[in-house]
Design a protein around this ligand. Structure first.
Ligand code: BES
Ligand code: MN
Ligand code: ZN
Length: 492
């Protein structure tokens, strides 16, 4: 999608449509012909409520052929998320009405926030997964938006806002595209190829540990989980050192990338098992974050560690009762795990990755994982759970989530939860019982991070959506990309 910026009113543009946002109970201003048009609208047709849209024909009375009114709800409750939702719905309305171009009026207040929300939402809302079902020939594509900012706006700054919003939204769609690929198409090896390709086109270094290297390094967790599949496990490591970054303080981004999670020997019920193709979304988010960070040239030092395997049942699978030894790194010995359920595999592959990240010198670790069904029970699909050992870090993450719409909410990580995963025969066991499952999973991870500042995001409820949302279509959402890019922008 193409964006241009101008400092004149959308209502004076000769375009197929002008998009105007309206607060509830507030009158829109404009020339007499425009006011006449509005005067004909019945109160139930449009009153500016959230999610309300009205497309009007101007019948030659105004420069734009049509006007799309878009409701924002009450001014008092307005946030950038309101704008994203409104623009998401508007972009689809334009496209579905067969319009390829439009002028969008950007209001004078919160111009930077609104601009980036508009650009982001337009790109995100019109994304579709087409690789295996090309869109039909007469489907319209929304090709260009003219963003109309107030005359006193700083155009140079606005241009930068638009360019950066494009980078972030495109990285999010990149995560969605890889996230939507099914298990037969994307295996750990193929995911590693994606990482290598990304590294090649940007300022990123990439190392991949395939099965042989994993064996050499005794990555016992990843090898155990991946052992049941002919698609061998891979540890994918990327490093980005931005100009001006504090290299004494590398930030590790760690991701769970189970390319398909059948549950293994503790096999899952077949109902909705297909959704477990999305069990790689944590790792994919990490990949996409690096893509955005490198394109934005952020002054940060990032080490990304993506732990990828396929969890399958076979004669070579790990079993309930097995005792597995995690990667040791520079610790005296690796954490030992009593496997009680092979379906609690995410925490096991993350254990190895967390130790590896610490060994590489990470001073802060953030991990992303579709880790538990329990977090979906707790928070539904509207927020990811955040847990960890550093409240200040969690608070920063929560604030970035609020700003970007990738919302997260904290859950406690008290000693009582840690006690739940004590084992008689190993350091820990891989399940903590039915209650508080999202937290006992985090308690398991805590065993691997030591004193390093760490936050864990359980994105099981937010990594994909089964319904179309105002600015996200069904499928992988790219959750975490917008959040962490915002966090890293504010880091230094
Ligand atoms: N990938 C799943 C978690 C999941 C389940 C994500 C449903 C999204 C929707 C994870 O590997 C898993 O199976 N977790 C188990 C853990 C349990 C066996 C302790 C779960 O949540 O049921
Ligand atoms: Mn599982
Ligand atoms: Zn899983």
């Amino acid at each position: 999608m193409n964006f241009s910026l101008i400092t004149s009113a959308a209502l004076s543009q000769k375009q197929p449509a002008a998009v105007l946002f309206a607060f509830e109970k507030e009158r829109l201003i404009g020339p007499a012909a425009f006011r006449n048009l509005l005067a004909r609208i019945g109160p139930k047709e449009f009153r500016g409520a959230e999610r309300q849209l009205l497309l009007l024909h101007t019948a030659g009375k105004l420069a734009p052929q049509r006007i799309l009114l878009v409701g924002l709800g009450a001014r008092a409750t307005f946030t950038s998320e309101t704008m994203r939702r409104a623009m998401g719905l508007a972009a689809r309305k334009l496209r579905d009405s067969g319009l390829e171009r439009a002028a969008v009026q950007v209001s004078a207040d919160h111009i930077d926030d609104s601009l980036s929300a508009i650009v982001e939402a337009a790109i995100l809302a019109t994304y579709n997964f087409h690789q295996f079902k090309p869109k039909d020939d007469n489907a319209t594509e929304l090709k260009s938006l003219t963003l109309c900012v107030p005359a006193r706006a700083d155009l140079k700054a606005a241009k930068r806002v638009v360019a950066e919003a494009q980078i972030v939204a495109q990285a999010t769609n990149y995560a969605r595209e890889i996230g939507n690929l099914p298990g037969n198409v994307i295996t750990p090896r193929v995911l590693a190829d994606y990482a290598r390709a990304l590294a090649k086109e940007s300022d990123i270094a990439c190392t991949v540990l395939a099965k042989k290297e994993l064996e050499k390094g005794s990555f016992g967790g990843l090898l155990a989980v991946g052992g049941g599949s002919a698609n061998e496990p891979h540890l994918i490591v990327l490093e980005y050192k931005g100009v001006g970054a504090d290299t004494a303080h590398p930030i590790a981004l760690v991701g769970k990338a189970i390319t398909f999670d059948s549950g293994g020997i503790s096999i899952k019920p077949s109902d909705k098992m297909d959704e477990m193709k999305f069990d790689k979304c944590g790792g994919v988010a990490v990949l996409a974050i690096l893509k955005a960070v490198a394109a934005l040239k952020l002054p940060v030092h990032i080490i990304a560690v993506i732990s990828s395997a396929e969890n399958m049942p076979s004669s070579t699978s790990y079993r309930p009762g097995d005792i597995v030894t995690s990667y040791r790194g520079s610790d005296k010995r690796g954490v030992t795990i009593e496997v009680l359920n092979t379906d609690a595999e995410g925490r096991i592959v993350l254990g190895d990755a967390l130790v590896y990240a610490r060994q590489r010198g990470a001073k802060t670790i953030i991990d992303f994982a579709t880790l538990t069904g329990a977090v979906v029970v707790a928070l539904g699909s509207f927020a990811a759970g955040v847990m960890g050992n550093d409240e200040a870090l969690q608070e920063k993450i929560r604030a970035s989530g609020q700003r970007t719409g990738d919302r997260v909410w904290p859950l406690p990580l008290w000693q009582e939860y840690k006690d739940k995963i004590k084992s008689d025969v190993a350091d820990i066991k891989n399940t903590g019982g039915r209650y508080g499952g999202a937290i006992t999973a985090a308690a398991f991870l805590a065993k691997y991070v030591g004193e390093t500042s760490w936050a864990h995001l359980d994105i099981a409820g937010t990594a994909w959506t089964t319904d179309d949302l105002p600015y996200l279509t069904k499928g992988a959402t790219g959750f975490g990309v917008r959040l962490v890019v915002d966090l890293l922008r504010r880091w230094s």
